[in-house]
Design a protein around this ligand. Structure first.
Ligand code: FES
Length: 152
């Protein structure tokens, strides 16, 4: 058998691999993938709270750092604690479901705001009120009983 270089099948396989690799790169850096990754990241922050994060949340609630209309942005814990109505607390991921920037502000309407593209989220439900984000911020409920704060 003589060495004639790569046959047609080998070239096609190589081309397919290059196409797939190029597609993967564009998907990872594309806006659509950012949405998917952002949602997954956001959910992880509230579904897998560390003991340190739980303590920070409890401290924010019991110290009065969070109040009606005054959310507490706990950057180290990657969460926001709100008190939508007196005595009822919510814990939200601070990772924007659009492209994973930080939701780190509250506006005059009381909505939680991502400063990167301006998405606004309801402080009671996490619902995206103003886009570009379309998905809500994942959340948990924090309940206070005496000195005990339970996050569920
Ligand atoms: S990352 Fe785009 S609005 Fe938050």
């Amino acid at each position: 058998m003589t060495d004639r270089g790569p046959d047609r099948r080998s070239v096609l396989r190589a081309g397919a691999a290059i196409t797939i690799a190029g597609f993967s790169v564009s998907v990872v850096s594309g806006c659509g993938a950012g949405k998917n990754n952002a949602g997954t990241q956001a959910a992880a922050t509230v579904n897998d709270l560390s003991d340190q994060a739980k303590q920070a949340i409890a401290a924010a609630i019991t110290s009065g750092k969070v109040a009606v209309g005054k959310p507490a942005f706990l950057a180290d814990a990657q969460v926001i604690v709100t008190e939508p109505t007196r005595g009822q607390y919510r814990v939200f991921s601070n990772i924007c479901t659009h492209q994973a920037a930080r939701v780190d502000q509250v506006n005059a309407k009381g909505n939680l705001v991502c400063s990167l593209h301006g998405s606004e989220f309801d402080p009671a439900t996490g619902e995206a009120k103003v886009g570009p984000a379309g998905k809500p911020l994942p959340s948990k409920v924090a309940t206070v009983s005496g000195n005990q704060v339970t996050i569920s």
